[in-house]
Design a protein around this ligand. Structure first.
Ligand SMILES: Nc1ncnc2c1ncn2[C@@H]1O[C@H](COP(=O)(O)OP(=O)(O)OP(=O)(O)O)[C@@H](O)[C@H]1O
Length: 263
């Protein structure tokens, strides 16, 4: 059984075919990176998996059931989405914003009956090093801290699948690494399935088990970082020249871009 399965998915936006005949299976516990040039359909693919965007033809199943057949709360208990700028710049305290992630579990009076809710919240605050910031308004935090709060909010949702849309775009390298480490730890502890749209191919290589390359709405290639991140593939997909090095800790490929030949 695949946790997520796309069969012959085609998506049209206006006159444009944005996804073409996409077939993809993602198993429970995998960390999958979606990579590809600007406009290749990565975000649209994530939106179709999350049920936000309807598809023209094909099937998208989560746990062998069409994503379109889930009620909103039911889907939110399985699947959470985190965007580039995960939470708006609002004056709500950190802890309240994280608790908003509990919405799929609230009854009609807004009460959370989960017996271990305090423990869940404390664990999240500690793990994300947010305890000392619990009462601080979110709009007073740095971008890196705010993205940690956004991660806390989706953790509070206790999903089995996490969809990330370029989550490290606005972060400096320290916070990029910190964010990816936190997601990776959570993924391993809970056997979470992660599908992440990523522009930074070196980070993608360090964290993803598998990479899916989108090009003009089609899957151009998929495989391990070793299989995908080759100078030939990078040239045909991104039109860049590159050389590869091995990461000194894990041996995964790391890309060095080459400049245009100097005349
Ligand atoms: N609301 C929309 N109206 C019209 N065209 C759209 C809309 N949303 C997306 N598109 C088009 O669909 C294509 C795929 O967009 P999408 O955002 O999925 O690509 P992407 O690979 O995530 O791009 P990027 O890397 O730039 O974020 C693009 O050509 C885009 O212009």
């Amino acid at each position: 059984m695949s946790r997520i399965e796309l069969r012959a998915v085609t998506k049209q936006i206006g006159q444009k075919t944005v996804l073409r005949d996409v077939n993809l299976k993602i198993e429970q516990g995998q960390f999958v990176g979606i990579i590809g040039p600007n406009g290749s359909g990565k975000t649209t693919l994530l939106h179709t998996i999350s049920g936000v965007e309807q598809i023209e033809s094909g099937e998208i199943n989560i746990d062998d059931r069409a994503v379109s057949s889930y009620r909103r709360r039911e889907l939110a208990r399985k699947l959470a989405v985190l965007q580039q700028d995960g939470i708006p710049n609002i004056a709500y305290p950190v802890e309240d914003v994280i608790e908003m992630g509990r919405f799929p579990f609230l009854d009609w009076l807004g009460r959370d009956h989960s017996p271990d809710i305090r423990e869940v919240m404390d664990r999240i605050m500690t793990r994300l090093d947010l305890t000392s910031l619990a009462g601080r308004p979110v709009d007073e935090l740095s971008g890196g801290q705010r993205q940690r709060v956004a991660l806390g909010k989706v953790m509070a949702q206790q999903p089995q699948v996490l969809l990330l849309d370029e989550p490290t775009t606005y972060l400096d390298i320290r916070y990029q690494l910190q964010f990816m480490e936190l997601v990776s730890e959570w993924q391993k502890d809970e056997n979470l399935t992660v599908v992440a749209v990523m522009h930074d191919l070196n980070l993608a290589s360090m964290y993803c088990d598998r990479l899916v390359v989108l090009q003009e709405g089609r899957i151009a290639a998929e495989g391990t970082p070793h299989e995908i991140l080759t100078p030939d593939t990078l040239h045909s997909v991104f039109e860049v020249r590159s050389a590869l090095a091995e990461h000194p800790d894990s041996g995964v490929p790391q890309i060095m871009l080459r400049r245009k030949e100097q005349l």
